[in-house]
Design a protein around this ligand. Structure first.
Ligand SMILES: [Zn+2]
Length: 65
């Protein structure tokens, strides 16, 4: 399995925003990938992540808004 960079449990891996995990789950903005849960600030980031999760988890990817 590829090395994943460190993403905090409450961090949106796409844009780097801090996310309220409970809120995200309620809104359907949480998603399981590679054995853990990732949360997103909005549908845009969720969809981007869904298209190619590894892009955002690769060591060296810099989350930007
Ligand atoms: Zn985001």
């Amino acid at each position: 399995m590829a090395e994943h960079r460190a993403v905090a449990p409450d961090e949106d891996p796409v844009c780097g925003m801090k996310v309220d995990v409970a809120e995200a789950r309620k809104k359907g903005l949480a998603r399981d990938h590679a054995g853990r849960e990732y949360v997103f600030c909005g549908k845009g980031c969720l969809l981007e992540f869904g298209e190619d999760p590894e892009t955002f988890l690769t060591e060296g990817y810099v989350a930007e808004m």
